[in-house]
Design a protein around this ligand. Sequence first.
Ligand SMILES: Nc1nc2c(c(=O)[nH]1)N[C@H]1C(S)=C(S)[C@@H](COP(=O)(O)OP(=O)(O)OC[C@H]3O[C@@H](n4cnc5c(=O)[nH]c(N)nc54)[C@H](O)[C@@H]3O)O[C@H]1N2
Ligand SMILES: Nc1nc2c(c(=O)[nH]1)N[C@H]1C(S)=C(S)[C@@H](COP(=O)(O)OP(=O)(O)OC[C@H]3O[C@@H](n4cnc5c(=O)[nH]c(N)nc54)[C@H](O)[C@@H]3O)O[C@H]1N2
Ligand code: SF4
Ligand SMILES: [Mo]
Length: 864
Amino acid sequence: MSTCTTCPYCGVGCGVLAGADGTIKGDPNHPANAGRLCSKGTQLGETIGLEGRLLAPRLNGQDTDWDSALGLVADTFRAAIDEHGPDSVAFYVSGQLLTEDYYAANKLMKGYIGSANIDTNSRLCMASSVAGHKRAFGSDTVPGCYEDIEEADLVVLVGSNLAWCHPVLYQRLVAAKAARPGMRVVNIDPRRTATSDVADTHLSVAPDGDVALFNAVLCRIVDERRVDAGYVATHVNGFDVALDAARAAGATGLSAEELDRFTKLWAGTEKVVTIYSQGVNQSVCGTDKVNAILNCHLATGRIGRPGMGPFSVTGQPNAMGGREVGGLANMLANHLDIENPAHRAAMQGFWNSPTICKTPGLKAVDLYRACAEGRIKALWVMSTNPAVSMPEADAVAEAIRAVPFVVVSDILERTDTGDLADVLLPAAGWGEKSGTVTNSERVISRQRAFLPRPGQVRPDWQIIADVARRMGFDGFDWADEAEVFDEYARSTTVSRDFGRDLDLTGLAGLRRGEYDALSPIQWPVPGEGAPGGRFFAEGGFFHADGKAKMLPTVAPQLATPPESYPFTLNTGRVRDHWHTMTRTGRSARLSRHMAEPYVELHPEDAVALGLRDADLARVSSPTGIAVLRVLITARARRGSVFVPMHWTKHTAADGRVGPLVAADTDPVSGQPASKGGFVAVEKYRPGWQGFLACVNPIALGQVQGAVAAAPNGFSAELFGEAPTDWEALARILASEPNAVASQITDPARGATRIALERDGDLVALFLAGPGPVEAARSHLLTRIGQPANPLPLLAGRNAADRPDPGPTVCACMGVGANDLKAAIAGGCHTVEALGEATQAGTSCGSCKPELASLIATHTPVAAE
Ligand SMILES: Nc1nc2c(c(=O)[nH]1)N[C@H]1C(S)=C(S)[C@@H](COP(=O)(O)OP(=O)(O)OC[C@H]3O[C@@H](n4cnc5c(=O)[nH]c(N)nc54)[C@H](O)[C@@H]3O)O[C@H]1N2
Ligand SMILES: Nc1nc2c(c(=O)[nH]1)N[C@H]1C(S)=C(S)[C@@H](COP(=O)(O)OP(=O)(O)OC[C@H]3O[C@@H](n4cnc5c(=O)[nH]c(N)nc54)[C@H](O)[C@@H]3O)O[C@H]1N2
Ligand code: SF4
Ligand SMILES: [Mo]
């Protein structure tokens, strides 16, 4: 028996069939994925174990009972509000909460506490898209749907690594292009990524060159007479001022020929979809980037019709749901505006609440500044890890520490943020809680529980309601999540009556059974008439006059790095990890794709810095320092380095990029420029480097490095400042004081290899030397926890029956790069042939771009 639910990772929102035994399959009936899953979705079963889970409320590190914890939270928030006013408290929430959780949190803060100090990690994610939509459309409306991507003749991906970040949508794009080879795909990103592999053209735009680029597209549209004059006349304001601004040329970092070809292609293709993501949003000019793109679609009327439109893809599973219920500090609820007294009065009327916030609250970056300045007396963080993911992360951790009372709701006992809390509240996790999420194309799906709730965990909405009631508020007496959803659906009568886009009144009054059985449904869901569909093909915008607005977007001066920090910093994601790794970090398979934090840089920059592959580099900015493995690739843009965002104090204290990122924000949206800032890069020479594979969890202590899950235990890449007693160190790191040690040393190279055996099993292998450790890691990892003769391993020989598979490329089927290279040498020259021979890429397909690039690099060139 399996349960039909939704993947808890990205905003594609794939349907999942989950079994109580942890089996996971794609749901063939879900409109987002039709049975497909990516590597992260496929490995969900590996991430739902109970190790490390927070199972009881905690006060100052001691387990406590719910009554005491909830009472303390309610009393302390109440006391702060009574003494210092409603704006002295704050919630910081997450696009990974379910809509019901989010609705409850927003209602409590805005309608009952009477402050708008509830902001969300969507501030770091979607805020510029929200602000751009509101400026252009009068509301935060995503006009199109996934099918548009398949029906387009031109798909432009701007600042989106779709192949790694929205893999199932990417697979749909790849399949559509294969079926219709005439389709064109252009990828606009300073660096080449796995996504560039589907693209006919990759444009290495200068960081933040996007406004200038889309301004150039707008000029081309006009010059080639591609303006839809009828649409503009009837439905659009601001055309002339937008065009004036666009005429002022700005730097894109592209050649005149590249610019010419791209603007011509965009202007000349009717069915164009422009997909954009964090390369657009996370910038000091993020909102202008969004509007520069929207301007082009509005001028051509290419919006809301099949195969055309701008498409801001959401990151988190419920980023869209959070925007609906009002999780941002500058939105009220239901896409209504705090600044509008009629909206406020109507929401307060619906809630029948004692008060309502009057002005926008603090946005994330300002919120943590207020914490640092002592203005916030009580803070509640739910389902997000700001001590890792905020810019200037170390300063944010200090700011949280400065708040007198900090509550964190999480599923884990230890996170970088949870470690700063006075009270930890144990939340039910994916698989244990029930509710709804909305994906990138406005499809609402049910998340359904299929696992028993362990320990004392409770769903987030219930924890919020419990606190609200203890604060003396009515309006939080829901019996279950179906009642919360029903109230939310009914509340959209308010937005509907204001003529807004968000209308779920057709879902109001669902009985529990109907709610449980709810199939994926695209909003709007009006009380009468068919649900779903596109917006704006016939105008109908949400500004007072019903028209859209084109905005004058002025291309910024491209920033030149200061002498002391000569590289532009770029940050983002890897294929198999999710954010701060609290879930994907538990999966051995997912942890093998990228087992440690790294810095990607261009070969010419590497030469200039004297860096070679696998060296360590010290990357520093005015606000922080990280030590990272060097990955040299021609995919990087010269002068720009890329560092992934995933590692934490728990997984690689020195490998965190958050402390390096400057807290600069977009002036309109308040979204931080997480892709920006400047850094210095230099070679880092530690006293030694090492690799440890072991059955026990690894506590790094004084040693630096990164830990990761491995097939029979854990692994770590290590480095340190001073030479040590190797055997003692190996025992401490492996927590094996009594195991039998064998050691081989190579005094000439200063290298050592130590094996620890207990009861005939190999429990740890430790390799160390003065430079990067060269060893077949995946091979060594397979021996851990097994009866093994350590000597051949220590001598560095692979058993003849088990050649080293190399670094994992296909996480689902566990296929390594060496296996793949062998198969390519053996004649597999297509992704399909490789799949048949090795099974790589045959499950979720997330690794297909990497398979294709391996084929491109390793196929022997045929003799003439
Ligand atoms: N595997 C995986 N998938 C995820 C997530 C995850 O953690 N892991 N997180 C989810 C979430 S919450 C989000 S928001 C999405 C994010 O999804 P994406 O936005 O696709 O991912 P990122 O890697 O953050 O950034 C995308 C690209 O922007 C580029 N970029 C940087 N600066 C610029 C610029 O100035 N202009 C342009 N045009 N491009 C630029 C970067 O080089 C990068 O390749 O992914 C979602 N999916
Ligand atoms: N440098 C840099 N920084 C970035 C970005 C970037 O591209 N570069 N991207 C930004 C973006 S787009 C995003 S979205 C953020 C993401 O950053 P975060 O939101 O900080 O990262 P997550 O690891 O997703 O944090 C989710 C937390 O919620 C917990 N959790 C999981 N399920 C539940 C649940 O059901 N209930 C509760 N209460 N807790 C739960 C998890 O254990 C985890 O601690 O990072 C941002 N920061
Ligand atoms: S694409 Fe992958 S991570 Fe995103 S929802 Fe689908 S299975 Fe989950
Ligand atoms: Mo995000």
